[in-house]
Design a protein around this ligand. Structure first.
Ligand SMILES: [Zn+2]
Length: 218
């Protein structure tokens, strides 16, 4: 082997150093992402900077990994469990749930800035009819979730965060049997950006007067 000149030797060491730093950065990044994922459970993890980084990663790499919500949060159901109903989504529906998380639930959660609970996400047809959902419900397609603030949070502020986000298909301020929650749906393409109210078994379009409605609702 030919003897290396001083310049060649310096260049070799320099590229070796660059490669080492690059590898260390990659390991750091992977470890960090793992840690963030483990925090996601109740949607309490993350700060503004990690949220911003996450958003860039999501949109540039199309990584279908939510920051605040997990698939299991969107598929678990006490009713399904007690009735021994298997509420496991098909791969196609699972993909829609992931899209719902990344494109809609996570952005709303970021704007709201506090923990959010999914009271109902995906519902297989059997579960959906059991809870009295309409057969065409977007819950059965993996396109909708019902949200409530975690304890100490504000339903009104959560609704405002969702409205500020804006790019939903339908946002419904729902109320039945003394409970109130926010239904939000998202689908690929042709999103209607509609705001509705559901009360006493009736839907009302409040897209143009939601502010007045919300003032007395929550
Ligand atoms: Zn709903």
């Amino acid at each position: 082997m030919k003897k290396l000149t001083d310049i060649q030797r310096t260049a070799l060491w320099a590229s070796l150093a660059v490669a080492t730093v690059g590898l260390a950065a990659l390991v750091w990044w992977i470890t960090r992402r793992r840690a963030e994922r483990n925090l996601s459970g109740t949607g309490t993890g993350g700060n503004l900077i990690t949220a911003a980084v996450q958003q860039v990663v999501d949109t540039t790499n199309h990584i279908m990994q939510g920051q605040y919500f997990t698939i299991s949060e969107l598929t678990r159901s006490a009713t399904a469990q007690s009735h021994h109903i298997d509420n496991t989504p098909t791969p196609a529906i699972r993909a829609k749930l992931e899209a719902l998380i990344v494109n809609c639930l996570d952005p709303i959660r970021r704007i709201y800035g506090r923990p959010v609970i999914v009271s109902s996400g995906y519902r297989c047809p059997q579960l959906n009819s059991l809870v009295g959902g309409v057969s065409t419900s977007q819950h059965t397609m993996g396109e909708a979730a019902d949200l409530v603030p975690a304890s100490g949070g504000s339903l009104g502020a959560l609704a405002r965060a969702a409205i500020q986000f804006g790019d939903f298909d339908q946002l419904i301020l729902e109320q039945a049997g003394g409970s109130k929650w926010i239904h939000v749906s998202w689908r690929e393409g042709n999103r209607r950006h509609k705001i509705l109210a559901y009360r006493n078994g009736r839907y009302t379009d409040i897209t143009n007067n939601w502010e007045t409605y919300l003032a007395s609702w929550a």
